[in-house]
Design a protein around this ligand. Structure first.
Ligand SMILES: [Zn+2]
Length: 442
């Protein structure tokens, strides 16, 4: 139950969630979030339409099924909001980060300050391992100086969890909150918000600066309701910065239509190029596994890595591929050398930690480890990169696990494939394109 009026600044909250005494305040604005148009209903929270028949509640009531995981909005309940007043105290020292940017990061950082000052919509295409977060700090500092309200959102909870402590350390004297569905901290009004893109559905014209990190990842990339929520969470005059290592075709289209400005960071923080993808055709590998045989190219490759004591990740498309592959490998190799891991694996964290602690040489994994993880000095093998579970952005991210550290800025990325796909070709092309831009800067 909301009792403090500040908790409504720039938010849109169901009237049932608000203390009745507070609700009497004539400062609070209210609207009905659901409109009925013939056979459809339109939800103003997520901007999406639904079929009326599917969503009827008793007593001529309707709800929006699309944004329901953030609480149900119905035809009969109003959403309440209050204008964002930017009621913040300015700290004496804003930026408490003491690191240094590379020359290239510095150029990008200045660019970001301009984007924020000019209230632009901008795409920063920075390769995996470029050090994007640090480049934001000066821009955020400048925005705080101007009393702006700032949000850093990402579709992925793990990205939010990883960003939050880093932002906190960089802005020790500014109040910051982390919001996502898997955490219990109560909402409070803060100058900086770190949240999942889903949480943006609860904001209304709140932010002067909205940064969306890993904008190419699921579910944001394919969810028009979240795109709507992002626009709606921004003030009418605001800046929106998209960060990605692998922009979607839609974003590139906006750039080409001059609706979005763009800048590039084609070199990693250690000033090296991205490892490029090496494709090897190996025929129908899944058929072989079904016949309890391993593709000899895979055996040779793993054998080489074991002999060289070279750590690596072996990606497979599906959870169902893990066990047969692992069982067959056990016949040839010492089973202590690896673990298999997937998203619903109860021991997921433990197994990833074993890899971190170098207790095993490799992990056989699904796309859960495609991004957000860094294991120093690893190589990557993808078995079956042609499977449609791998998007272009997933393949680029997987390749981007290699060569992230200064002491081994290179490494091997091998895709063992049955056939080439458009997705694979696009991933190869994206990496080559960034390297072409990067070479000019070396
Ligand atoms: Zn909705």
């Amino acid at each position: 139950m909301i009792k403090n009026i500040a908790e409504l600044y720039g938010r849109q909250i169901d009237e049932m969630m608000i203390d009745p005494n507070l609700l009497k305040s004539n400062l609070i604005k209210k609207y009905f979030p659901i409109e009925i148009n013939n056979n459809h209903i339109h939800c103003k929270r997520c901007g999406q339409d639904s079929n009326r028949i599917d969503i009827t509640l008793p007593n001529d009531n309707y709800y929006c099924p699309i944004c329901i995981n953030l609480g149900r909005v119905t035809f009969k309940n109003r959403l309440c909001y209050l204008d964002e007043p930017n009621d913040f105290k300015k700290p004496n020292k804003i930026l408490t980060w003491e690191g240094k940017l590379t020359k290239l990061q510095n150029t990008c950082s200045k660019n970001i300050i301009n984007v924020f000052n000019q209230n632009k919509k901008h795409l920063l295409w920075a390769v995996t391992g470029a050090g994007k977060t640090e480049m934001l700090f000066k821009g955020i500092e400048d925005a705080i100086k101007q009393n702006k309200r700032i949000c850093i959102a990402s579709p992925r909870v793990d990205v939010c969890n990883e960003l939050f402590p880093r932002i906190k350390v960089a802005f020790k004297n500014t109040d910051i909150i982390l919001l996502h569905g898997r955490q219990d901290e109560d909402y409070r009004y803060t100058q900086i918000t770190v949240c999942t893109t889903h949480q943006l559905l609860r904001f209304y014209h709140a932010f002067d600066v909205l940064i969306i990190d890993e904008v190419d990842s699921f579910p944001y990339v394919s969810d028009p309701g979240l795109h709507f929520a992002a626009q709606n969470a921004c003030k009418r005059i605001a800046s929106l910065l998209y960060l990605t290592a692998t922009p979607s075709d839609d974003l590139i289209k906006l750039v080409n239509q001059n609706k979005l400005s763009i800048s590039y960071l084609p070199l990693r923080f250690h000033q090296h190029l991205l490892p490029e993808i090496n494709n090897k055709l190996i025929g129908n590998w899944r058929l072989k596994l079904n016949k309890e045989k391993l593709p000899f190219q895979l055996v040779a490759l793993i054998n080489k890595k074991i002999n060289n004591n070279q750590r690596f990740l072996l990606f497979v498309p599906r959870v169902k591929d893990l066990k047969p592959l692992s069982d067959l490998l056990k016949i040839k190799f010492n089973a202590q050398l690896w673990e298999t891991v997937h998203s619903t694996d109860d021991d997921r964290i433990k197994k990833v930690q074993k890899m971190r602690d170098e207790k095993i040489l490799f992990l056989i994994t699904t796309t859960i480890l495609e991004r957000g993880v860094t294991f120093p000095g690893i190589d990557v093998i993808v078995l079956g990169a042609e499977d449609d579970i791998f998007s272009t952005s997933a393949l680029v991210q997987i390749a981007g696990r290699v060569g992230r550290k200064n002491d081994r800025p290179f490494g091997e990325v091998i895709f063992l494939i049955n056939h080439y796909t458009r997705t694979i070709k696009k991933a190869v092309k994206q990496i080559k394109y960034m390297n072409k831009l990067g070479r000019k800067l070396l």
